[in-house]
Every structure is written in structure tokens, then in C-alpha cells.
Design a protein around this ligand. Structure first.
Ligand code: BGC
Length: 443
């Protein structure tokens, strides 16, 4: 089956009628006018939101995270359970995103569902993701697919995850099987979400304190599964797993590129604006530690996915706390939207590849701060494009208030609120704000 990728440029300016799915019932002010100084972005620029399977689908019970959320002891403040029930409500989400004015939609396909037992693939689950992608196309959204957003099947974690020598071939086999069915509908894809995430976590000074709990949680997972090991992407032992994960990316990249389908394939990287402070600062060393082999990998791919939330200041002693009096987001880090511009410049320079902003956002209960964050981040995108940097899209994290991993549902990154009992979606003012810019393709 081959299907043409939609003409994104044309779609972004198609008439969008606010008034049904989710928009009519909200008591929001009309979408704000664009600044008089706004200018068009390149034709075909992708505007949208990013999501992840485990964080929105619900009942991802064959995944390693589900087990970790439900053992004792656990680091998770609460389990994911139904999440946003997007496994069933995906079409509602897609229609809502389209009505807001977006033309691209990033989401994950869940390996734990698609390959529930080693070598046994579920055609029904692949069909599910086919329907998700068909809905994207039907509503004018380019499907941007993540093959692995941290979760893996339980059986894979129980054999040691990416610590196991067979892991590259196993991940590539999954990528090949999924591409065989879904490739023709993909508009872009990444192998791993934030391939460097374990590095980002391990460099934080505060992580030492939770290490014993993490070890106990992983031991409890192994015991529950009747195995002697249980490895998670988030809490990986990089000495054992990173080379395999790099190889897994390389093999999966080849498998996806082999088709069917013809679309850009990249890898997304967790990026901070790493700012050196004072003489002898260790900014370079921190950058090396945070990115490891992944900048070089992105340089060999079709694009680099930039995912940025804040900055990190580094002096001669290492990572510094946020400046005194700085505004902190609900996630505890500094409100610093300018980090996006710096990381786009860094990523473009170091990889020489087109940049997609595959995540950028803020956890907050004060939606006016989300709007301020968006405006300042987009000003950075604009400045990069004005300087000739090839930025292809801006995908905001996230469409919905969702399951924020170990923090549960208390950190809210969504443009759209979700009632935890009824699953009703209610767009926030920020959704209209970003949607208006998307529809006009101007910043
Ligand atoms: C991850 C998302 C997460 C977001 C906000 C990113 O690092 O890719 O899954 O929800 O940050 O914390």
C-alpha cells in the first residue's frame, strides 16, 4: 500500500472551523492576534505537538514501565493506569489537534504492544497504529513516528534490555516489522526518543540520592518476572548498554530507510543550553557527558530532533543550581525558553543536518506562563531561521496533560487539560495561542 504524504504546506492554511470537537464548549478568549511584526515561516513548516505512547494511551501493561510503576518499592509517585485513554480516543485527539491549526502530529508506536512475546508480532496492534496514521492523514496532520519512547516490552527488559548482545538485532527486527506495515503512511520517524536520556539523568547531582531506590525497584521488577535482571532505558547501566543502543539505532535506521515509505529518519536528543560560567568552567566536559555518541549519530541521520526545556549553567565545579530568585517551572528547573534557540544553533552546527524541534514545553499550572514560554521559544526559532538555519518544524510538548513518568500526573505540560475520570479534553488558552501561529504560519 502506498499513500502520498500530504502536502503539508497546503494543509496548514486550510480552513479550520473551530466549533466542534473540544473547542466549542470552552470559555476561552478568541485566538490572540499575531504581533504586527510577525513574519511568515518557510512554506511547509511543521507545526504540532508531541506525545508518547506510554504517557497517553493507558493500560500499557506489557511494558517494563508498567511493571516498575506497580512493584514495591517504586520510584513512581503513582501508576499510569488509564493515562489519557488515547489508545481509544486517538481520533478525538487528532481532530482536536487539526482544529487547533496544526499540520503535524508526533506520537509513539508501542513495541510492548506490537511484539508482546519475543518474535510474536501482533497484526491487530499494527492495524491500530495504521488507523492512528490514517486518522492523521484524514485530518491533515503529518504523522511523525517515534519507534521507542523509553518503554520496552517486559520480556526485553527481563533479558537485560540493551545490555544484552542480541538487543540491536531485536530492536531492528521490531523496526523492520513495524515499517513493513506502517512505513507507507509515515511522514518522518525517529528511532529513539532522547537517546541520551540516561546520560542526562546520571549527570544530575541530585540523582545519587535516589540510586538505592532505583536499584531496589529494578530488583523488585526482576523478582516479579522471575528473572535475575531487569534493565530500563531510563536507568541504564551505560557501560553495558550504550554501545548496543547505538548499534540498535544504526540497524533500525537502516531497516526503516529500506522502506516501504520514503521519509526522513532521525534520532531525537535531550538538549540543554549548556552555558559556561567563569574561568575554567567545565561546560565542554558536561556537553560531552550529556551527548556522548548521539550527536555523531544524528550527523549520520536525515535530521536531528532537538528536545529542549531549559539551560544548564556550569562553572569550574560542575553544574550550578538555578540562579537565586529565578522562576522555576513545575518540573523544578529554571524557566528559560531562550534555551531553544541556543540548542537549535548547537545542533545545526554540530550535525550539519536539518533540525526538527521535536519537543519543547513547560510544566506549569499557570497557563499564562506557558504562553509566555511559547512566545519566547518561537522568537528563538524565528531568529535561527532568519540566520539561514534549516529548521523544519516546531512540535510542542505536549498536546495533553499526561503521565509524566516518575512524577505521575502532577506535572502538567499539556496545551489541553484532561479530566482524570471522564477523559474529557479541554483546550487551554495556550492551545489557541500556538494554534493561531500555526494556522498563520507566522511568528
Ligand atoms: C520526554 C517526555 C517528557 C518531557 C517532559 C522529555 O524529556 O521526552 O517524555 O514528558 O520531557 O518532562
Amino acid at each position: 500500500m502506498t499513500r502520498p504524504i500530504p502536502d503539508i504546506a497546503g494543509l496548514s492554511r486550510r480552513a479550520v472551523i473551530a466549533g466542534s470537537v473540544g473547542l466549542a464548549a470552552t470559555a476561552l478568549s478568541p485566538a490572540p492576534a499575531l504581533a504586527a511584526t510577525s513574519k511568515p515561516l518557510p512554506k511547509g513548516f511543521w507545526w504540532g505537538t508531541a506525545t508518547a505512547a506510554h504517557q497517553i494511551e493507558g493500560n500499557n501493561s506489557n511494558s517494563d514501565f508498567w511493571l516498575a510503576e506497580n512493584v514495591k518499592p517504586t520510584l513512581f509517585q503513582e501508576p499510569s493506569l488509564d493515562a489519557c485513554d488515547s489508545y481509544h480516543r486517538y481520533e478525538e485527539d487528532i481532530i482536536l489537534a487539526a482544529k487547533l491549526g496544526f499540520n503535524a502530529h508526533r506520537f509513539g508506536i508501542e513495541w510492548a504492544r506490537i511484539e508482546p512475546e519475543p518474535g510474536r508480532f501482533s497484526e491487530a496492534e499494527l492495524d491500530h497504529y495504521l488507523r492512528v496514521m490514517e486518522a492523521c492523514h484524514a485530518h491533515g496532520l503529518a504523522p511523525v513516528v517515534t519507534f521507542s519512547h523509553w518503554t520496552v516490552p517486559r520480556w526485553f527488559a527481563a533479558m537485560g534490555g540493551f545490555e544484552h548482545a542480541d538487543s540491536p538485532a531485536l530492536f531492528a527486527r521490531f523496526a523492520e516489522r513495524a515499517t513493513a506495515k506502517l512505513g507507507p503512511l509515515m511522514a518522518a520517524a525517529s528511532t529513539f526518543n532522547e537517546a541520551n536520556i540516561a546520560r542526562v539523568i546520571q549527570i544530575r547531582p541530585e540523582v545519587k540520592a535516589i540510586e538505592p531506590l532505583v536499584r531496589a525497584m529494578l530488583a523488585a521488577c526482576a523478582k516479579a518476572g522471575g528473572t535475575d535482571r531487569f534493565a530500563s532505558v531510563l536507568f541504564a547501566d551505560l557501560a553495558k548498554s550504550e554501545d548496543n543502543q547505538v548499534r540498535a539505532h544504526e540497524l533500525a535506521f537502516e531497516a526503516i530507510k529500506a522502506g516501504p515509505g520514503n521519509f526522513p529518519v532521525g534520532v531525537t536528543i535531550s538538549m540543554q543550553d549548556i552555558q559556561g560560567v567563569g574561568d575554567g568552567n567545565k561546560a565542554e566536559a558536561v556537553a560531552d557527558a550529556i551527548y556522548g555518541p548521539w550527536i555523531a549519530q544524528a550527523a549520520k541521520a536525515d535530521f536531528v530532533g532537538v528536545q529542549t526545556y531549559t539551560r544548564v549553567r556550569v562553572d569550574a565545579n560542575g553544574i550550578m543550581p538555578a540562579p537565586k530568585g529565578a522562576e522555576l517551572t513545575a518540573a523544578g528547573y529554571e524557566f528559560y525558553p531562550e534555551a531553544l534557540e541556543a540548542t537549535i544553533r548547537f545542533a545545526a552546527k554540530r550535525t550539519g543536518k536539518p533540525v526538527f524541534v521535536t519537543e519543547n514545553g513547560i510544566g506549569t499550572d499557570d497557563d499564562s506562563r506557558r504562553i509566555a514560554y511559547i512566545d519566547r521559544a518561537l522568537a528563538g526559532v524565528r531568529a535561527c531561521i532568519d540566520d539561514g538555519i534549516d529548521v523544519r518544524g516546531y512540535l510542542h510538548w505536549s498536546l495533553l496533560d499526561n503521565f509524566e513518568w516518575v512524577f505521575g500526573y502532577k506535572q502538567r505540560f499539556g496545551l489541553v487539560a484532561v479530566d482524570r475520570r471522564t477523559f474529557k479534553r479541554t483546550p487551554k488558552q495556550s492551545a489557541l495561542h500556538l494554534g493561531a501561529r500555526a494556522r498563520a504560519n507566522r511568528v
